[in-house]
Design a protein around this ligand. Structure first.
Ligand SMILES: C[S@@+](CC[C@H](N)C(=O)[O-])C[C@H]1O[C@@H](n2cnc3c(N)ncnc32)[C@H](O)[C@@H]1O
Length: 392
């Protein structure tokens, strides 16, 4: 199924999974994706007229999800972008010092990753975007981010930004930001016009482990794909766009530190997770070196907190569908899906079924496993599990 995203995103959920799961729900069902990413689930729900709510910690994920589900009239996008670019070109020199870019770390970051011409143009657009409120403003921010979060050539000096593995590949750049911004606006308008939304999704930037703004038993279904352990550092690529959209590097570092699945090891509090004893008994856990075992311990605690919140907000007999692949740490195959299963059961969710599907190569953003792992392990890493639970 072709559901084009308006912005690249690493490890998007395959749209057919979201579509299949939504199809089984009544039209008045309320759906939550607490780790919405680019908003695949929300978009499918919004296109079918179902009520949906999304959360994510990553400001860019929130922007993309909001922009693609807010129902902004596509025909308004290019005129608004043209108007914004016109204003940006005429800003006076003294207006070109955005407050969030004044700290030495953020300045050094943009000087390293962007050449002078693109920095000037992006600053102009960033300053104008800072005063753009509302849904159209979010769409325009996405149009700008698309110039930077690219695989190949874009406004930065890096490549592979869209895979969240940016590396600097040139010292000079002739990328012409203003006309490309208008081109990006027309691509986004085209994508949004191709799949109009019937109901809008409500998207907030928040931690999926702490959903206190959502009431108990308020969703018929949760459909989500949590990060794999240690697989993708979303903020690494996304911060290259977010520094033009109101965020400083220190702010983004703070956000990254609370992301699930990152490189951070466990703290003593993580060891009190209810399933930790059971996890320690798994054969693969015993083979992990100390540092990698510590990453797993943190992930286990995070998944327990996530599942507790999911179990709380789902109605009795409601369902929770989780899509996750497995990881490999130092040659040891980590069953993320098993961790999810144990965490769900500990939270009071009943396991219904699991099916394993091939990860489409277009959606595989993980580094190709090589060297340390066998062919068999490589094959298993190209699969993902779709787990369904029900609230008893
Ligand atoms: C696999 S991606 C989701 C992809 C999404 N299903 C899509 O189709 O684009 C996992 C998401 O979890 C988010 N995330 C990580 N830690 C989080 C947390 N503590 N709370 C909320 N979201 C979090 C990441 O920012 C990322 O967007």
């Amino acid at each position: 199924m072709k559901l084009k995203s308006i912005h690249p995103f690493p490890a998007r959920m395959a749209p057919e999974i979201a579509l299949e799961e939504c199809r089984t729900l009544p039209l008045d069902a309320r759906i939550l994706d607490p780790m919405a990413g680019s908003g695949t689930v929300l978009r499918v729900a919004a296109e079918s007229g179902r009520t949906s709510v999304g959360c994510d910690l990553d400001p860019l994920a929130v922007l993309i999800s909001s922009a693609s589900t807010s129902g902004v009239p596509p025909e308004d996008i290019v005129p608004a972008a043209t108007n914004l670019a016109g204003r940006a070109r005429t800003l006076e020199e003294e207006e070109l010092h955005p407050t969030w870019m004044q700290d030495p770390e953020t300045r050094a970051f943009v000087e390293y990753w962007f050449a002078a011409e693109q920095r000037k143009a992006l600053t102009r657009l960033g300053v104008c975007l800072a005063s753009e409120n509302g849904d159209l403003g979010d769409v325009l921010r996405v149009c700008l981010s698309r110039l930077i979060v690219t695989k190949e050539r874009g406004a930065s000096l890096a490549r592979d930004v869209s895979h969240s593995r940016p590396h600097k590949v040139r010292q000079e750049n002739d990328f012409d930001v203003m006309p490309e911004f208008l081109r990006s606006a027309s691509v986004v308008a085209k994508h949004l016009a191709a799949a109009p939304v019937i109901s809008r999704a409500e998207v907030t930037r928040c931690d999926a482990r702490r959903l206190s703004h959502l009431s108990d038993a308020s969703f018929e279904a949760v459909i989500t794909s949590p990060p794999y352990l240690n697989a993708i550092d979303y903020m690494r690529g996304h911060k290259m766009a977010l520094v033009w959209l109101g965020y400083s590097v220190p702010q983004l570092r703070e956000i990254r530190s609370s992301s699930v699945g990152s490189e951070r090891g466990a703290e003593p509090r993580h060891d009190s997770a209810v399933i930790m004893g059971e996890v320690r008994g798994l054969a693969w856990f015993a083979r992990l070196p100390v540092r990698q075992a510590s990453l797993v311990r943190r992930y286990v605690a995070d998944m327990c907190e996530l599942m507790r919140e999911i179990a709380r907000v789902v109605v009795t007999n409601g369902k929770a569908v989780m899509v996750v692949g497995n990881s490999c740490l130092r040659g040891v195959y980590i069953e993320n899906s098993r961790i999810l299963e144990m965490a769900a059961e500990a939270a009071g969710l009943r396991f219904i079924n699991v099916y394993v599907r091939d990860l489409p190569s277009s959606l595989r953003y993980l580094p190709t496993p090589s060297g340390l792992i066998s062919d068999d392990l490589g094959k298993r890493m190209r699969k993902e599990c779709v787990l369904t639970f029900a609230k008893a």
